[in-house]
Write a protein that binds this ligand. Structure first.
Ligand code: NAD
Length: 341
């Protein structure tokens, strides 16, 4: 089969023939239809320090996908051949305290497809049946292929009660934009999203009814007073990984405000803890999805009118993957989807 492989240290990925994965008794074989390119794939493409210490080579990369089951392991009874699925790319262990108590997303033994194990940038993917998530007919393959990052957005946005709250989202990357759509969908009052990239702020305004703010040219305080915010934002969703954005968020929150941190800073960064303490802020780190609870909620919201399709700005055949990675690397894109059919 064809697959996008990280052959070894260095930049790029190669599309080449590899053997089809063999499935075990508890696995399914999925014919991949569409895949999304994630920021993680860009780290692997660039072969930065994180990728070099994390990713074994050669490895089939990719972890955002939708497709169809074409074979079942002999012990799989609750899925069927022909079923359309997406799936959770975090493969959990079964022995940790967290896993055994059902908090799968906190399992320290978690391994990722396309990062530690063969991934979905391929014509076929092996996945534990446990990780497969059936797709209703209302969710097509294109949306199915971006459920992994939408799940990041949903997990972060649903970390705190947003009904009637004023929400600040820092970072209008694909995940920040989708989180803005979720915040609006669940009933936040004002949703303000910041970035320094005009194209992404325009995209945010097309995807959701939000107030985009370019913090390179506008003063967030002016926007807050225009929206008649007396004290500040109630909830912050940090989705940029930028130290400056987090500082601005802490500055702009109410006393007792709550922050969910999804963005990953590039390294250690100084934090003004006294401001956080004296504002009595709650800060929660967010990793991945809350596995099946997030998948359940996100599919339910999509079936109930949540619409994030416009976040997909580029579509390419898998053979043209280089153009897809170029679009991502330019910073002038939303989600980029590759077609493997
Ligand atoms: N915790 C997790 O499990 C998890 C999972 C996926 C992604 N992430 C992280 O979440 C973040 C969002 O993912 P993404 O794919 O949307 O990222 P992205 O890199 O596409 O978007 C980040 C955005 O932040 C903007 N930005 C930079 N400086 C800013 C500032 N000072 N103020 C406001 N915005 C600023 C950038 O211009 C960019 O548009 C990334 O940091 C990513 O690494 C974390």
């Amino acid at each position: 089969m064809k697959a996008l492989v990280k052959e070894g240290p260095g930049e790029g990925l190669d599309l080449r023939d590899v053997s089809e994965p063999e499935i075990g008794p508890d696995d399914v074989l999925i014919k991949v239809h569409k895949t999304g390119i994630c920021g993680t794939d860009i780290h692997i493409w660039n072969w930065d320090a994180w990728a070099a210490r994390t990713v074994p080579t050669p490895l089939v990369t990719g972890h955002e996908f939708a497709g169809e089951i074409v074979a079942l392991g002999r012990d799989v009874t609750d899925l069927h051949v022909g079923q359309r699925v997406s799936g959770e790319g975090h493969l959990i262990g079964k022995t940790s305290r967290q896993s055994r108590s059902g908090r799968f997303h906190l399992d320290p033994e978690t391994r990722g497809i396309g990062v530690n194990e063969p991934g979905s940038f391929a014509e076929y993917l092996r996945l534990p049946a446990f990780n497969a998530v059936p797709l209703p007919d209302t969710i097509d393959d294109e949306i199915g292929a971006i459920l992994d990052p939408l799940g990041n957005a949903v997990h972060t946005a649903l970390s705190f009660d947003l009904i009637g709250e004023d929400v600040l989202i820092t970072g209008a990357g694909p995940i920040g934009i989708m989180a803005a759509a979720v915040a609006r969908h669940v009933g936040a009052r004002h949703v303000v999203i910041t970035d320094v990239n005009p194209l992404r702020l325009d995209l945010a305004a097309q995807v959701a009814d939000v107030t985009p703010v370019n913090v390179a040219t506008e003063d967030l305080k002016d926007v807050m007073s225009r929206l008649h915010m007396v004290q500040g934002f109630d909830v912050g969703l940090e989705m940029s990984g930028s130290q400056a954005a987090l500082d601005q968020m802490v500055e702009s929150l109410v006393m007792g405000g709550r922050i969910a941190l999804l963005g990953i800073p590039p390294g250690k960064s100084p934090v003004d803890w006294s401001r956080i303490v004296l504002k009595a802020l709650t800060i929660k780190g967010v990793y991945g999805r809350e596995i099946f609870e997030t998948w359940y909620k996100m599919i339910a919201m999509l079936e109930n009118g949540l619409d994030v399709r416009k976040v997909i700005t580029h579509r390419f055949k898998a053979a043209d993957y280089r153009q897809g990675f170029e679009a991502m690397l330019s910073g002038q894109s939303g989600k980029v989807v590759l077609d493997w059919t």
